[in-house]
Design a binder for this molecule. Structure first.
Ligand code: TRP
Length: 340
């Protein structure tokens, strides 16, 4: 049976945290056996806001690769690759950009939010257009399913529109992807989202002591001044984490908190233990890859070589459909040459 294909991934803008784990990595690791999984390290998309810091970008590409591998991505099961090295993605972006209007991009709610966050008074062409490039990320390998966070929904909706328009204009070549919208994890400060820029995250690479320290100062129920006051788990960030990380203990914890028989200090200790138990095997795999950077690079190169090949095939079909394949089979990219 042919497996359905998933395309998902991250912008390399730093280390990944528990929000990424709950929102995507955990699911990715689970799905890699049942789906043909492609994981993009979207360095071109990261360039839209980091073009002026090339050293950081090169470093972050490896960080994200190692975080994926440490979380349990198995290169035998999944194709981990670097966006900028796959020429068909860039070429498809150009073709798709012919039928996406500037106004549609300007009204994309995620573009608007991010532009405001970055304080852009004007937007670069690359930034405004990155959702078009994301459509190329998804379609170059004809993905059937795209697991994403809420903020990426407008981009996948645009992808679906582009695919429909393309297929209508030129013939059925592209696959219209479904999306799977994943959970977001609240931040340690109670903010709706765990995120690096809000400085409210626990990283997969944090030491057990760092995890303990961060949880010690995490926001709890503000009405609970004394240990034996009744707690309100529904407003407590730490309780939200217990729901994600503590398994069965939650059913014991909730009534105990409400009755004021377990205090926040004890509750936080239990959470720290659960999160550290989750992170321990991840830390162990991470240490292996930190000690073997060549293996990481080999995995990225092998994954990228596969992505280049798959993309070249789609691109050839796209060009055929658009009647711009003038000289039969010529000009196909040579993987060896691109990777050397
Ligand atoms: N936009 C995604 C993010 O939030 C990263 C990304 C780039 C992506 N291309 C993708 C996600 C394709 C899913 C599919 O960082």
């Amino acid at each position: 049976m042919v497996k359905k294909r998933i395309l998902t991934g991250d912008r390399p803008t730093g280390r990944l945290h528990l929000g990424h784990y709950i929102g995507s990595l955990q699911n990715r690791v689970k799905m890699q056996k049942d789906y043909d999984t492609f994981i993009i390290i979207a360095d071109v998309q990261a360039l839209t806001t980091n073009w002026d810091n090339p050293d950081k970008l090169a470093h972050d590409v490896r960080e994200v690769a190692k975080d994926n591998l440490a979380a349990g991505i198995d290169p035998e099961n999944a194709t981990l690759f670097v966006q900028s090295m796959v020429p068909s993605i860039a070429e498809l972006t150009v073709f798709y950009s012919m039928f996406v209007s500037v106004n549609v991009l300007r009204h994309n709610p995620t573009i608007k939010t991010e532009a405001a966050q970055h304080g852009f008074t004007d937007m670069t062409y690359g930034f405004l257009g990155y959702p078009v490039s994301q459509a190329a990320d998804i379609t170059f390998c004809k993905a059937h399913l795209v697991p994403i966070g809420k903020d990426n929904v407008p981009h996948v909706e645009l992808t679906r529109k582009i695919v429909r328009r393309f297929n209508q204009l030129y013939g059925e070549v592209l696959v219209e992807p479904e999306m799977a919208v994943q959970e977001t994890l609240v931040g340690l400060d109670g903010n709706a989202k765990m995120s690096k820029s809000l400085d409210n995250a626990i990283y997969l690479t944090d030491s057990p002591e760092e995890v303990a320290r961060k949880i010690r100062v995490a926001i709890t129920d503000p009405a609970r001044i004394y240990k034996d006051y009744p707690g309100h788990p529904e407003v407590c960030t730490v309780f939200t984490y217990h729901q994600q990380f503590s398994g069965e203990f939650v059913s014991e914890l909730e009534p105990a908190c409400r009755r004021g028989v377990i205090g926040c200090v004890e509750c936080k200790k239990r959470l720290t233990d659960c999160i550290n138990a989750l992170l321990d095997p991840i830390r162990e795999r991470r240490a292996f890859y930190d000690a073997h950077p060549d293996i990481v690079d080999d995995i990225l190169q092998a994954g990228t070589a596969k992505a280049i090949e798959v993309g070249a095939e789609t691109l050839a079909q796209v060009k055929d459909a658009m009647k711009i394949s003038y000289f039969d089979k010529q000009g196909a990219p040579n993987v060896e040459c691109i990777l050397s």
